[in-house]
Design a protein around this ligand. Structure first.
Ligand code: ATP
Length: 361
């Protein structure tokens, strides 16, 4: 047995940190009631299938450094005491969530991540459990932080890096859409970087889950919900979701967002990676929205023509006119990219700013 298994969880956090105290005070009752239960089937040496029940709770992890804080959560690095595998655990305060009426968003995040399961470009949810005070989401650890921080440090990214990260984003979003998930808040802050500097899309709290329906040939697919085949989710019940700079015009005018709304956000992100700021940015949200509605943006003079062609076919007011994921993959901007599994084994490029646009603001 490992030495640390007999000890209380060690943490570099100050002794009065709430979740450290919580981990210590977790009652046996909650350890039992709140644990995640997984049934795992494994074949032994003779090929006989054995069923193992795995329970995971707060006591099974050693909590470490804080990775970041959200409005309703703290994300902490944690190690599974048994396997020694590292995860990121998102800890949410139950009372705070109920008080602020965010239960719906927590459920959306959990249901979405459960549906998306296993894609190399999407943060995976392994277990959820709870104790008296908190909910815990055990996620893939992305130790290299946010793509946003890289961008902040370098200012811009060159064509090679933008192509690399753009292609991974496209692949991850295509997978989400195929599984009936619209992210609705794609932005560099929600694109994390794993140990190999490959992306992991996160933050599904404002995602939209489309109902999955059986098609005539019996396969299951996400429902298509608009005449041109580009699904539009009527979301009138919702107020504004997302982040001002990346919000598509249809959400502002019709309160409707579909898969093509994520395509708009991809257009904003590609533009931002290459020139350091999102295409629609003003001193306040209202003015940003006005720019979006009027499609008021411009390209710096030295913006590469091929990138300009792609972005201008994504940032179109009419969602049905925007390129689809497949059309984007076929665009000359991604000419050198091999999509599919190769995308996730390719070495990440050295991070280099876009020297052509250096200083252009
Ligand atoms: P808000 O809830 O206000 O929108 P948020 O969505 O960024 O904020 P969280 O998802 O709780 O909130 O994440 C908080 C921070 O923790 C993030 O900014 C990110 O840097 C970090 N973080 C989140 N998930 C991971 C992860 N899987 N691996 C590494 N760091 C993470």
């Amino acid at each position: 047995m490992q030495e640390h298994q007999q000890q209380q969880p060690k943490s570099p956090l100050p002794p009065r940190s709430p979740y450290q105290a919580r981990a210590r005070s977790t009652s046996d009752d909650w350890a039992e009631r709140g644990a995640a239960v997984h049934v795992q089937r494994e074949a032994d040496a003779n090929g006989n299938v054995q069923t193992k029940t795995i329970k995971k709770g707060v006591k099974d992890f050693t909590f470490g450094r804080i990775l970041g804080e959200g409005s309703f959560s703290t994300v902490v690095a944690a190690t599974d005491r048994q396997t020694l595998r590292e995860y990121a655990i998102k800890i949410l305060d139950k009372r705070h969530i109920i008080k602020e009426k965010k239960v719906k968003y927590v459920n959306i995040e959990k249901n979405t991540l459960n549906r998306l399961g296993d894609h190399p470009g999407i943060v995976r949810l392994y277990y959820t459990f709870q104790d008296e005070r908190s909910l815990y989401f055990v996620l893939d650890l992305a130790p290299n932080g946010e793509l946003f921080s890289v961008l902040k440090k370098l200012g811009t990214l060159n064509m090679e890096c933008t192509q690399y990260y753009g292609a991974q984003l496209l692949d991850a979003v295509g997978y989400m859409h195929d599984h009936g998930v619209i992210h609705r808040d794609l932005k560099p802050e929600n694109i994390l970087l794993d140990e190999n500097m490959r992306i992991k899309v996160t933050d599904f709290g404002t995602a939209k889950l489309l109902s999955m329906q059986k098609s005539v040939n019996g396969t299951t697919g996400a429902s298509s919900d608009n005449i041109s085949g580009i699904p539009i989710e009527d979301d009138r019940s919702n107020s504004f979701v997302g982040t001002a700079e990346y919000v598509p015009p249809e959400l502002l005018t019709d309160k409707a967002a579909g898969r093509s709304s994520d395509i708009w956000a991809i257009g904003c992100i590609l533009y931002q990676l290459l020139c350091g700021k999102p295409p629609f940015k003003a001193s306040n949200e209202y003015q940003t929205f006005q720019k979006i509605i009027k499609l008021e943006y411009s390209f710096p003079a030295l913006f590469s023509p091929v990138a300009r062609d792609l972005v201008s076919h994504l940032l179109l007011t009419d969602p049905s006119k925007r390129l689809t994921i497949e059309q984007i993959k076929a665009h000359p901007f991604f000419a050198d990219v091999e999509f599919g599994p190769a995308l996730w084994s390719r070495k990440s490029p050295r991070l280099v700013p876009n020297s052509i646009l250096a200083g252009v603001k």
